[in-house]
Design a protein around this ligand. Structure first.
Ligand code: NAG
Length: 226
């Protein structure tokens, strides 16, 4: 077998297992004071599911088969709110508003690179004919020194303080409200079983792939720790 091929395989293996998958096993390893764990370089190693796009930095506090507990560092986002009955119409409307912002509908008329995840904060309606409250957000990469002001009044910049979340992860296409709702219920049940306390009024969905990505799709639901 080709020697170069073997070496590159080995390098990939070592990199992906030892560095990319660094997950602190206990809170003492978190280094929340900003110091770096031994063996880790100053650069954040983003998870594989972000693929080539920038995504917000977090530390894993613990993980089980059913959920992962993460602490996200303070991060910047651009968001838009919508209250509506129809999930798909709401999604499309909000996505287009944010997409226009990164495509140049901003004070400096600049393009900003797409990032992941696209999050959606959902406060479910109280019944089948009740409207739900949605807030869709795009992450603003830390490589953007100063995000320009949005041109549209419905689009706003915001900074999210450290977020402590319980995350449920799944693959495939998540295009319907029902898919997300079922995943949120599943995660909620796992957290209840573990006796963990979390905000119940809302949850987040986090999508990492465009509809054109066919394989290795990644989706998440988040509950905020109480
Ligand atoms: C968006 O919704 C949030 C949460 O309901 C609210 O606090 C905020 O004021 C809203 N922002 C805008 C611009 O409507």
């Amino acid at each position: 077998m080709d020697k170069t091929f073997l070496i590159s395989m080995l390098v990939t293996f070592v990199t992906s297992n030892d560095v990319l998958k660094f997950e602190p096993k206990n809170p003492a390893d978190l280094h929340l004071d900003g110091s770096l764990p031994s063996g880790v370089t100053g650069q954040w190693n983003k998870p594989k599911f972000c693929k080539k796009l920038d995504c917000p930095e977090y530390q894993v506090v613990s993980s089980t088969e059913d959920y992962e507990e993460r602490i996200y560092s303070t991060s910047n986002w651009v968001s838009t709110n919508l209250t509506g009955l129809d999930y798909n119409t709401a999604q499309y409307t909000m996505f287009m508003k944010l997409f226009k912002y990164i495509s140049g509908a901003n004070e400096k008329k600049i393009k900003i690179d797409m990032t992941v995840p696209v999050t959606n904060r959902i406060i479910p309606g109280q019944g089948p004919a009740c409207e739900s409250d949605f807030i869709m957000s795009f992450f603003i990469s830390s490589s953007v020194a100063e995000a320009p002001k949005p041109s549209s009044d419905d689009v706003y910049l915001n900074t999210k303080d450290e977020m402590h979340v319980f995350v449920g992860q799944f693959g495939g296409y998540a295009m319907t409200y029902d898919t997300w709702r079922k995943q949120a219920q599943k995660l909620g049940a796992a957290l209840d079983k573990a006796g963990l306390s979390y905000e119940q009024d809302f949850y987040y969905t986090a999508g990492y792939d465009s509809p054109y990505t066919l394989f290795n799709r990644h989706n998440e639901v988040w509950f905020f720790k109480k």
